[in-house]
Design a protein around this ligand. Structure first.
Ligand SMILES: [Mg+2]
Length: 273
């Protein structure tokens, strides 16, 4: 992985006058990781820049593991496509869409919610996040003395809940979730966009920033894009990494000041004809 700040000047040059698609994860990318998911807040400076970007010719996507309703509330900016539940649902141009799920999977999610609530009663400090299409359990707040028995009990529960193969387990930072066991993730969503909404855009004009395991599914399918991981990780497929939200802020600010003027848009579209 390459530290992005060492190449900032050339990246700045590369994006001058280019219209790009900006895709951003939320937790840990636009907000600091908080003690609970409810407490996570968008970085104040980043919010201002996002607002400007949403009014620029660039195309914006927020690609989160949260539900669309939740992440939309956290960001609160119009003219952005909100993608939730790791790509299983999205809101684009005011229209909400969801990947269709078989009834057996929906029932399995319902059952998983009930079972996780039982675990929650036994261990204070854990949180259940009902995301409709999935259910997550956050254990950042667990008491140290409970850690061992929590681990044993959840391991056996997860085994039970995934036995009939309707659900699979997803892992993130101090969170695991039960998800529909379908071949779909953030990467599938982005690939769908690349083939449809973004089909006239070169891959090198896509920027994706994320901080976690679920973002790796996107990094892998975009080898030519500007892929950035927040936090260094040797196994990451992202081309660059940054050390903090401050760097995310810098990159986004660079894109605000670099978006094409009316004249250069006209020139670019003339070139394509
Ligand atoms: Mg994240």
């Amino acid at each position: 992985m390459i530290l992005l700040s060492n190449h900032f000047t050339e990246i700045k040059k590369r994006f001058t006058g280019r219209k790009v698609a900006i895709m951003l994860d939320f937790d840990g990318t636009l907000s600091s990781i908080a003690s609970t998911p409810q407490r996570a807040r968008i970085h104040v400076g980043i919010k201002k820049v996002l607002k400007k970007l949403s009014q620029s010719p660039h195309t914006m996507y927020i690609v989160s593991g949260r539900s669309v309703a939740d992440v939309k509330k956290k960001i609160g900016i119009a003219n952005v496509t909100y993608v939730g539940n790791h790509g299983m649902e999205w809101e684009m141009g005011g229209r909400r869409k969801t990947i269709p799920l078989p009834r057996t999977i929906k029932q399995a999610i319902g059952k998983a919610k009930q079972k996780l609530r039982i675990i929650q009663k036994k261990f204070p400090g854990i949180l259940i996040e009902d995301k409709q299409l999935a259910v997550a359990l956050h254990y950042r707040g667990i008491r140290k003395t409970d850690a061992k028995s929590f681990q044993t009990q959840t391991a056996s529960l997860l085994g039970e809940l995934t036995r009939d193969e309707h659900l699979k387990i997803g892992k993130g930072k101090k969170v695991f979730e039960l998800l529909p066991n379908i071949a779909w993730n953030k990467g599938f969503f982005v690939r769908m966009m690349v083939k449809t909404e973004l089909k006239n855009m070169a891959q090198k004009d896509i920027i994706y920033i994320g901080d976690d395991q679920t973002d790796e599914d996107v990094f892998r399918i975009l080898p030519k894009a500007l892929t950035i991981r927040v936090g260094k990780n040797k196994k990451s497929a992202a081309r660059y990494y940054v050390r903090s939200l401050q760097s995310v802020y810098q990159i986004l600010t660079m894109l605000v000041s670099r978006y094409p003027s009316e004249r250069s848009i006209f020139r670019n579209s003339a070139d394509q004809r």
